[in-house]
Design a protein around this ligand. Sequence first.
Ligand code: GL2
Length: 805
Amino acid sequence: MFDNKEQFKKAFLSKLEMSVGKSFEETSPQDQYHVLGNMIREYISTNWIKTNQVYHSTEAKQVYYLSIEFLLGRIMGSNILNLGIGDVVEEGLRDLGISLDDLESNEPDSALGNGGLGRLAACFMDSLASLDLPGHGCGIRYKHGLFEQKIVNGVQVEYPELWLQNGQVWEVRKSDLSVEVPFWGKVESFEDEQGRLRFRHRDAEPIMAVPYDIPVVGYQTETVNTLRLWNAEPANVPFHDDIMRYKRETEMVSEFLYPDDAEDSGKILRLKQQYFLVRASLNSILNSFRKKQKDIRELPNYVSIHINDTHPVLAIPELMRILLDEEMLPWEEAWDITVQTISYTNHTTLSEALEKWPVRLFQPLLPRIYMIVEEINERFCKELWERYPGQWQRIEDMAIIAHDQVKMAHLALVGTHSTNGVAYLHTEILKKREMNNFYEIFPERFNNKTNGITHRRWLMKSNPALTGLITESIGDKWKVEPPLLKELEHYKDDAAFLEQLEKVKHENKVKLAERIFQQNQIKVNLDSIFDVQVKRLHAYKRQLLNVLHIMYLYNRMKEDPSFRPHPRTFIFGAKASPGYYYAKKIIKLINTVAEKVNNDKTTNDYLKVVFLENYRVSLAEEIFPAAEVSEQISTASKEASGTGNMKFMMNGALTIGTMDGANVEIFERVGKDNIFIFGMTSEEVMNYQANGGYHSSEYYMLDRRIHEAVNQLVNGFFPNTNGMFDVIYDSLLIENDQYFVLRDFDSYVKTQEKVSNAYQDKKGWNKSSVVNIANSGFFSSDRTITEYANDIWHVKPVNSPIIKA
Ligand code: GL2
């Protein structure tokens, strides 16, 4: 049905009429989207079945990627691209008077994630399939993904996200593969016929995990992998004292991504979600393995289980439970298999993000799992004692259970054979500082896997004009071998190419400007520099530094009419966690500054501020292609990697950033002339933190620009904001500016001046842009996934020809 345009049109029209029962003229874009989606899914299904058959029969090792988040975004466009049916579909629809872009915009984003970590998981799924690797995603089918953000009077308001409301065309419910997940109850010991001590979980309250499978199509290959998302539903229990409570509590498990965990009830819910994901996934993994009739001791040769951050870390005690209680292996053997099978990625060094669960909640909810964690802890502490006799403090610091809390990261470090960081610098910080104690014991387990992004979505799909230009110049092999983008460097002095590149950027800026006008009714200057900071709102990411710089530019222009920098449009997009008061204030501040400067006729030819509401994957796809400056300004040592930085680079934006996360590796690749680095190094930050010596008030007192902008937060400069920004003012001055915003201010301003100056030489700027694109191939997630496959998982491609056979 996708072989040629005429066939496609015929199939599309007939399916449209059959499935919605309307004549073509009466159908809505929603109807059309659903029909096209269903056609594509049907088209995929032959290869999906074949791939699964091969995976069932092959001896090849399989990898299972467990993640509490998968931030997929829209699925249709990526499938069309990967299947290579874009031309047929686009032309066929055009004949019918339908634009494919418009039709795609009817698809809600699958927003089962918050930010980088969840988007990384989605990029990895795309790379696994595209590289013909047998990789399966395991996650949760949240009824509501990340909230929808509306900005009302400059303030973030959260609405529930409704991606399932109109039905999901990409998923297939497989209720026959449902798994029971038990909570609560108690553990009984008993002696079996052979006189062995055994355990059974009694009086548990089971809930049902029902899988929904989403096909993951590889690029130009017949491999179609599976992302399995588990839905929580009531189990068929014979009797229940309070059936309504049971139903409600059960369904809550897959209701929301990251329920607020300030209260105990929220903590229990999160822990339930984590065990739910792990129990259901491991059950299904082990079922597939058992069908191959191999000895269970062979598990690590056939199966690799990867835990994306600590959220799925209960996979460790759960696999132990299966091996001990179901397979009846002795502890040592079970432990060996578990450690060999599971691997772990750490995504942050922020201590507040390292999960800890109170024993008083953990133990009653998961009694058997808790017993196992206790045993793991005891054995580990014994080893520590033998290694470090008398060093109580060290042992306490490293224990898995301490101070009535279960430390999930410690469990992950002890119970897996591999711990990786997500950028070179981050891994070094883990080894030398944050997890140095563990590195000393298990040095061979630590390794780095610098993050990546799928160039298919973030360049080929979202930036067709640039994709076309690159392909015209260097051919299209780079699409399957992104490091070949390097060949673009030959064009960095080619005037015609640079002109073309500028034209592409300009067209993309026009499109974004239209979007900005449509959403915000702000007219932006197309010759202004599009300077973009899009990412989660967090103090360490320092959106505040960006805002203070904007305030300074504004103040200086007001004061000095001869000071008129190159026009800039500062574009922001960010969601703040609903309970994160400070972050929400920063959003309000950005919008307040926008209101002020955008409406000041004396300066607004030079300065515009735009906050695009509801930042999400599909909006990001419109933003990156139009960006010229990429703001990566986190406090050094705090951003584990960043992945937005890579998307900007790949689309030709120049980075202004600190030496943090993967910025360091971008710097190494493009060279100092093609990136704008400023601010403290991670060493300096960490030394200050260890030894003190930073006094933010000194910067406030001595730097007039800082003094003025910081005062403006609280002195009525912004009308009707009485007391509104006190918390920001206090964070800078009373709390001594934890993220060194004021300390880096001067360096940031100077570097921004360099950015402006560099932009005056448009040819030089475009040249730098080429160097960025040309060196972005390294940051394809295909490279990252190849490294995981070779170094951690030891899985090999199961080639398309095998599937064809
Ligand atoms: C994060 C890091 O903060 C971010 O720097 C990194 O790029 C991603 C992916 O590795 O992981 N850690 C985390 O908890 N979230 C991230 O985005 N949410």
